[in-house]
Design a protein around this ligand. Structure first.
Ligand SMILES: [Zn+2]
Ligand SMILES: [Zn+2]
Length: 291
């Protein structure tokens, strides 16, 4: 877990687009790095998380805690490859993965799919067995029971997924809340009450119209998006009701559609939240001292 004294509190958005697709030069699906209270936390492991961590200056063999909000592929697809790459980089210290029900089965399945390579590297390169130092903890609502770092979970509304959790990380100095994927969910405001940073997923109504127009199964997609994700003004309303000191929009839909930019997001949230709003982009870094 590295030298705790040298880790400064910071949040780095590694992947900021909603959904699993990637496009040339575009942003990656969801993952974030939160360094808080001397611990290094990876929140969600969408495609690109490994590259994103390296670009953020993280030494992979110092991987410590990983949190998965839910099992949609844009949040978990690269979990196994991240740990495997860290292992081939020299990871020997314990890694704990907190995920909803089903995460342990994912990890077992990943190990099985890579058995040839893992067994070969243990025999050929003398590497430790990754099964020995990776622990998967399946969590539900409430405190996650971590020593030295307060992390708690709130079940949010992301149908048809029932096991999807907002996560709150708190030390005496800093409190950061991730909404996970959710439709407009007022109880989240109570959960995030008084936080320093609320990282909330967000969608633009005009962008949804455009996406529906250019995809084949448009209306069905619109129903899914509207039932399980949050429009930007509603994300701002949650931040306002929570009294969050800063709002970061993340898991953007649309993320890289031509014709939509930061102005549209700011226009959509105007008047709904008085604090500073940051529109997520890959690599964006917030430090506690800069707040
Ligand atoms: Zn998602
Ligand atoms: Zn999702």
């Amino acid at each position: 877990m590295g030298d705790r004294k040298t880790i400064e509190d910071r949040l780095v958005l590694l992947g900021t687009k909603g959904g699993p697709a990637i496009r040339p030069g575009g942003p990656s699906p969801t993952s974030s790095l939160l360094e808080i209270g001397g611990r290094r936390c990876v929140i969600d492991c969408g495609l690109g998380v490994t590259r994103g961590l390296v670009e953020a200056g993280v030494t992979l063999k110092e991987l410590d805690l990983i949190f998965i909000t839910h099992l949609h592929s844009d949040h978990i697809l690269e979990l196994g490859p991240l740990i495997h790459t860290a292992w081939t980089t020299g990871l020997k210290t314990p890694v704990t993965v907190f995920g909803p029900s089903g995460t342990a089965a994912y990890w077992t399945g990943f190990l099985a799919s890579m058995r040839y390579d893992i067994d070969l590297r243990i025999a050929d390169e003398g590497r430790p067995d990754p099964r020995d130092f990776v622990t998967v903890v399946e969590y539900g609502e409430g405190p996650l029971g971590l020593e030295g770092l307060e992390v708690s979970a709130l079940r949010v509304k992301h149908p048809p997924v029932t096991e999807c959790f907002a996560l709150k990380f708190r030390t005496p100095d800093w409190c950061v809340v991730f909404s996970a994927d959710t439709t407009y969910f007022p109880p989240l405001a109570g959960f995030a009450s008084g936080c320093d940073v609320l990282v909330h997923e967000a969608m633009l109504a005009d962008g949804v119209d455009k996406i529906v127009e250019i995809t084949g199964n448009g209306e069905r997609l619109r129903t899914h998006l509207m039932d399980s994700h949050t429009l930007a003004p509603d994300a701002a309303r949650i931040a306002s009701a929570a009294g969050a000191k800063q709002l970061v929009l993340n898991h953007l839909i649309p993320a890289d559609l031509p014709g939509f930019d930061e102005k549209d997001w700011l226009a959509a949230t105007r008047g709904h939240y008085a604090g500073p709003i940051t529109i997520g982009r890959d690599g964006l870094t917030l430090t506690r001292s800069a707040q």
